[in-house]
Design a protein around this ligand. Sequence first.
Ligand SMILES: [Zn+2]
Length: 226
Amino acid sequence: MIELLKSEIQTPSKKMYINLKCSTCDNPTRHEILATNESHWQSDDGQLSSWESHHLIQCQGCMNTTFLKETQFSEDLDVNPLTGEQFIRTERFQYPELSEGREALSELDLLPSIVKKIYKETSAALNKKMNVMVGFGVRAIIEAICKDKNISGSNLKEKIDDLENSGYITKEGATILHNLRFMGNEAVHEIKEHQIEELNAAIDVTDYLLKGMYILPKIAEKLPKN
Ligand SMILES: [Zn+2]
């Protein structure tokens, strides 16, 4: 039987910080610890203990407030490779969860703000394995690109054709976009969940398009002209 010995909320008397990857802005930043709830659990015989700290933390970059949970269990030991000493391992969990896996496209700030916003949300959905939402997101990115480039057409098929006719994409690029269009259609109309590999490939193609349409032209502008 494990019993809760202690549970108390503390607010630090002086500013305390912890360096972490922010689960909102995704950057490694300094976080201020605003408040902490410390709990200590112990077995009847006093042999086993576990400790939990729930911290309310605020990223000093984006200023969003999130949660950090740190847990320790007396039997969970690691060895310091330098000193050979044993210590109790600390597990960390963040809420919202940290995005993991796929790296977002760099130079996102060169994208139009609406395209950037949908792209970031779609990448986050991919990393959280929210596969149906990724299907919606890929389609929304293409719609947003078409709107930004004043692409005409009464439906997405015509818009993609116009992207090709206007020279923004090659014939091969258009074929890929049409495939993504079908993917988006399926997600919306049949709520089909695509495989993670399929969705990763769709985002790869989207990355390629965004680089070609927005990022590389802006980088090229900065280069000296011969
Ligand atoms: Zn942040």
